[in-house]
Ligand binder design. Structure first.
Ligand SMILES: [Mn+2]
Length: 237
């Protein structure tokens, strides 16, 4: 079965438009799935109906999460937030986690996943973490930028058959306190968590980098999408 993979969308709040970088849904196609862009529905009952048609979910990159969702107040370097998207993605995750749906959480997605499960975030790495690396790269978006070291027995170490991977980096927020049901699986050299998995939710994983911007240059970065599609092929509600 070719699984249907739902992808959350970005929004242009001023012009009231939703959109998504093509590389995300094209990665799903390249991995053997059928992509479906999800509008940020407001009603929880509608979110459940929409999600129940999907076999898997991808939370995509985007703006900052409102700090009230992790019991914090906005600090000076916080970026823009989108409350409609925050609410929608948190509702999606609540339902997906309850049903055991396969989920790949990318960049902002790994942060939403951590917040959904009770963790919190650095609102701005540069001002909150001393001696941090540059996590907002100044090179083209497909360029491998910093190293991520994997935990030896992690899903990622098995997936890449390697103890590390050089990834791209386009984020200024990151996981601070990890949610109890998540396991850190990969770190950049400054100690920032860049990859997570879960024992409780074995088909849920997240990356802080953007594999969708890299797979055209190097096919190994399609591995996360292939794994999600493989799992989603076995899942339906
Ligand atoms: Mn990074």
């Amino acid at each position: 079965m070719q699984p249907l993979i739902g992808l959350s969308c970005a929004a242009d709040l001023e012009r009231e438009r939703n959109f998504l970088a093509k590389a995300y849904w094209q990665a799903v196609v390249a991995a053997g799935g059928i992509p479906c862009l999800l509008p940020p529905l407001e009603e929880k009952s509608q979110v459940k109906k929409l999600l129940s048609k999907m076999n898997g979910l991808i939370l995509t990159g985007g703006p900052d999460i409102h700090p009230h969702y992790f019991k914090d107040e906005p600090l000076p370097k916080i970026g823009t937030v989108d409350l409609e998207r925050d609410r929608f993605e948190l509702n999606c995750l609540e339902f997906a986690l309850e049903k055991g749906m396969p989920v790949l959480a990318i960049c902002r997605g790994i942060q939403v996943l951590n917040v959904a499960l009770g963790g919190n975030l650095y609102q701005d790495i540069n001002t909150q973490v001393s001696d941090s690396l540059e996590h907002f790269q100044t090179a083209p978006d497909w360029t491998p930028w910093h190293r991520v070291s994997f935990s030896p027995n992690s899903l990622f170490a098995r997936l890449y058959n390697s103890e590390d991977l050089i990834v791209n980096s386009f984020h200024h927020q990151s996981i601070k306190r990890l949610a109890p049901d998540l396991i850190a699986a990969g770190w950049s050299n400054d100690g920032i968590i860049e990859a997570v998995e879960s024992e409780k939710y074995p088909f849920v994983f997240g990356v802080q980098w953007h594999p969708e911007r890299m797979w055209r240059k190097d096919a190994k970065y399609l591995k996360e999408f292939k794994l999600l599609v493989e799992w989603a092929g076995e899942f339906s509600i």
